[in-house]
Design a binder for this molecule. Structure first.
Ligand code: HEM
Length: 330
């Protein structure tokens, strides 16, 4: 988890000198983060509290020569790396609709033949809905249902949003970009910044996006009204049966002044980019379930060559995913 050196030093100083330090603002624990989902959605023990709906798939990743140069991680060796993939719909309920104005997910577990694992979970929006774990929890808590009405308290939500405008950025993006027409026709962004360690020893901060080789295609308003709530999984099965579904993994590098640690703000599109590999989806599970169910797709263990940045949201994620996984598999 993210540690605040200043807060720890303050607490230590207070103990040594025998005076009471002002209470440091506690960062939410991994349990707090998952409890905040449950405050809104109710107790969850059978599915994920986020991207509850999803379909498992499998394929492979092959790095480009540029990818091999930019990262020493085994996934970027240039050899074929098997990948377990979960496509998701960013809702808290497994029966949520595929036409909902929410994110779509692309979660990947790469595992090299030598057993090196790298997991990641990406979304179809370039930004996240909260700048820090504290704001993430407060945002959900502001939206928890009022016991008297069963609905969120509109005044409380409005006051929170007015004080924290960054929580509206992702919703505004979703309001002006209709949901994808297919899991295969949207980019998926990693959103958080990572540090790529290259063959030359240089460490470069970067964010990534998986760009669909099929191009970006979104639902029309008419399709959003007419399509059934479940169409994405069958559409993907049909596509994959007709030929491989592919994405190019592209790194984006920041310029001076770009904020590395705030995932609610995307870096400008003109930043330098490098195509580092291609992900191919080769098969899709025939129904729900499968090996994806027992995986959380984000662990604290990052491979050498793709290290976590200080982005506080990224630092908080792995712990929350582990707690969530243990609740639904206990
Ligand atoms: C403090 C910030 C965040 C928290 C607390 C959080 C929490 C969670 C939790 C608890 C799950 C379910 C894990 C499981 O049960 O396996 C999850 C899934 C997911 N999250 Fe996050 N998340 C955060 C930020 C993000 C960000 C920034 C992204 C985008 C890059 C993201 C993308 C996803 C995706 C795609 C899934 C579904 C993965 C799958 O299909 O298994 N999350 N998140």
């Amino acid at each position: 988890m993210h540690i605040r050196p200043f807060a720890s030093a303050l607490a230590l100083g207070a103990t040594l000198l025998g005076f009471a330090a002002p209470p440091a603002r506690a960062e939410p624990s991994a349990e707090d983060l998952v409890n905040a989902f449950e405050a809104v959605l109710g107790p969850i023990r059978t599915h994920r509290p986020s991207h509850a709906k999803g379909t498992c798939a499998a394929g492979q990743f092959v790095a480009t020569a540029e990818g091999t140069r930019l990262s020493i991680a085994p996934t970027f060796s240039g050899q074929r790396v098997p990948a377990l993939i979960r496509f998701g719909v960013g809702v808290g309920n497994p029966q949520g609709s595929d036409t909902s104005r929410t994110t779509r997910g692309l979660a990947i577990r790469f595992e090299t033949p030598a057993g090196d694992v790298w997991e990641q979970a990406n979304i179809s929006v370039p930004i996240f809905g909260a700048p820090t774990p504290e704001v993430f929890v407060q945002n959900l808590m502001a939206r928890r249902p009022d016991p008297a009405t069963g609905q969120p308290n509109a005044e409380r939500v409005a006051a929170f949003v007015a004080a924290n405008p960054a929580v509206t950025f992702q919703g505004r993006w979703l309001a002006s970009n209709n949901p994808p027409a297919s899991w295969a026709t949207t980019p998926y962004w990693g959103v958080n910044t990572f540090r790529f360690r290259g063959q030359d020893g240089t460490v470069r901060p970067a964010r990534w996006v998986f760009e669909p080789r099929a191009g970006t295609l979104r639902l029309t308003e008419e399709q959003m009204r007419a399509l059934p709530g479940d169409f994405l999984a069958d559409e993907l099965r049909r596509r994959v049966a007709a030929g491989p579904v592919e994405f190019d993994m592209v790194l984006q590098f920041p310029a001076a002044g770009d904020d590395l640690n705030n995932p609610t703000v995307a870096w400008p599109e003109d930043r330098p980019r490098a195509v580092v590999g291609r992900l191919t989806v080769a098969e899709v599970a025939p129904g729900p379930g499968g090996p994806c169910d027992r995986i959380s797709f984000l662990t604290l263990e990052q491979p050498p060559g793709v290290e976590m940045s200080d982005d506080p949201i990224l630092q908080a994620r792995a712990g929350a995913y582990a707690v969530s996984l243990s609740r639904r598999t206990q």
